[in-house]
Design a protein around this ligand. Structure first.
Ligand SMILES: NC(=O)c1ccc[n+]([C@@H]2O[C@H](COP(=O)([O-])OP(=O)(O)OC[C@H]3O[C@@H](n4cnc5c(N)ncnc54)[C@H](OP(=O)(O)O)[C@@H]3O)[C@@H](O)[C@H]2O)c1
Length: 226
């Protein structure tokens, strides 16, 4: 059955674009929220809570409610832990507080439809960690902890939540990694290759369609054995 899906992420690029393409080709209706003009509704996750709430309402009106919320947006900037705290706070806003504000604004619609929400995190937040990306890893760890806890509360309202945890994959976020660093990362991945956004999106969509009260709070990993 066709589902109404709100995707927080670029409509054309990266994992957001790949999930959108996979969902639309399977007959689902998608509304995207991102800064890009190609998205249905423009949203900057660094906006105030009120602004985020208004943009989400606009998107929900365009979609006519929502059965699923997919949060793929994220900032991947290398941020040294002793570098500017302003940059660190931006990272936390885009990767954690912004997505939580979107979830809060969407919650009424999800409760009405007894729907689900998928938060994209990253495998680098957990052991053995990512020495080059401690603040990014911390922001993704915060999402993971939020989902684990919130899932236990929201299941009483028949809303389920889960995290989708990819390893490294090709997208605009990793385009600027210098070749020597990319080679080091590749050698650390058991499969010895970066993932493909379309392949990950197909798996993520399958999870989205199947996740319900039985799987709520789970983290689904897609890391090529890492
Ligand atoms: N690529 C990897 O190796 C990898 C590995 C593990 C996890 N992840 C995670 O996977 C998710 C998708 O990333 P991706 O690799 O597909 O990278 P991407 O193509 O760079 O996607 C990042 C998305 O975040 C949005 N975004 C960034 N800052 C924003 C802001 N301030 N307000 C609103 N939207 C903002 C961008 O959309 P607009 O520019 O249109 O706003 C874009 O759609 C992210 O959460 C990332 O952390 C990526």
């Amino acid at each position: 059955m066709s589902r109404k899906i709100l995707v927080v992420g670029n409509r054309e690029t990266g994992l957001g674009g790949a999930v959108t393409a996979a969902a639309e080709s399977a007959g689902h209706t998608v509304v995207n929220l991102s800064r890009s003009e190609s998205s249905h509704v423009q949203l900057d996750l660094e906006s105030s809570d009120g602004e985020i709430r208004d943009r989400v309402r606009e998107a929900l009106d365009a979609l006519g409610g929502a059965q699923s919320l997919v949060l793929t947006s994220g900032m991947g900037a290398y941020t040294h832990p002793r570098a500017s705290m302003d940059k660190a706070k931006r990272l936390m806003q885009v990767n954690f507080f912004g997505p939580v504000a979107v979830f809060n604004a969407c919650l009424g619609a999800l409760i009405k439809e007894q729907g689900n929400a998928m938060f994209v995190t990253s495998s680098v937040y957990r052991a053995p960690g990512a020495p080059d990306l401690p603040l990014y890893a911390a922001s993704k760890g915060a999402v993971h902890s939020f989902v684990t806890s919130e899932a236990r509360r929201m299941i009483r309202k028949n809303v389920s939540l889960f995290t989708f945890t990819p390893g490294w994959f090709d997208s605009p976020m990793v385009e600027d990694i210098p070749p020597d660093r990319r080679e080091r990362i590749t050698q650390s991945i058991p499969a010895r290759k970066f993932g493909d956004a379309a392949e990950l999106a197909a798996f993520a969509l399958q999870l989205l369609l199947q996740s319900n009260w039985i799987t709520t709070g789970r983290s689904f990993e897609a890391t090529g054995g890492a």
